[in-house]
Design a protein around this ligand. Structure first.
Ligand SMILES: [Zn+2]
Length: 179
């Protein structure tokens, strides 16, 4: 949530009756208790396996790798992608002590090595950390399947989460094989 959204929310809450705010707080606590991570793809989920992983109408042969659950939500909004996902839970950040061990990379390698996939799409924001993560993950997955990287119509440093739906759909469409 950005500062503007937070401010709008705070102003909205101030104007509402106490009982309503209490109900909202209760609902948030309940939501926090219920929401966990999908055992397969690590997307936010109230169930052990998320609705995307359970959806039999989606293409099981393609996995799109993102850094964050917010990216799954952004990509779902484009309605262009019908495969599955894998959420890494961040990108490499030596400053914050985040390396391969801290991300959901091993489960991804396991997932990819145990299936006959058509393609793995790496859809990680093109920041310096994002590019490093893409390169690392790509090299690990290449022995098992075709690995592509989405083409951003964004300047270097652009964030996937903030890209509009058209830009994201185009980035997905224009993906190219990772070198
Ligand atoms: Zn899932």
């Amino acid at each position: 949530m950005g500062p503007k959204t937070a401010q709008r929310l705070a102003l909205h809450i101030l104007k509402r009756p106490e009982a309503e705010v209490e109900a909202l707080a209760q609902a948030l606590i309940e939501a926090k208790k219920k929401i966990g991570l999908c055992q397969i793809c690590f997307h936010l989920s109230a169930e052990p396996v998320c609705s995307i992983c359970r959806d039999r109408n989606r293409d099981e042969m393609i996995i799109c790798v993102v850094s964050d659950s917010r990216d799954v939500i952004a990509l779902e909004k484009t309605r262009e992608y019908r495969g599955k996902y894998h959420v890494l839970g961040g990108v490499f950040s030596p400053m914050e002590g985040i390396g391969p061990e801290q991300l959901n990379i091993q489960p991804l390698v396991k997932r990819v090595s145990q299936q006959q996939l058509k393609e793995v799409i790496l859809a990680i924001s093109p920041t310096v950390e994002g590019e490093t993560t893409t390169f690392y993950v790509g090299q690990l997955l290449k022995p098992f399947t075709k690995v592509t990287q989405i083409a951003f119509g964004l300047p270097m440093g652009g964030d996937l989460e903030y890209a509009d739906e058209v830009t994201l759909a185009r980035a997905l469409e224009g993906r190219r094989e990772l070198e």
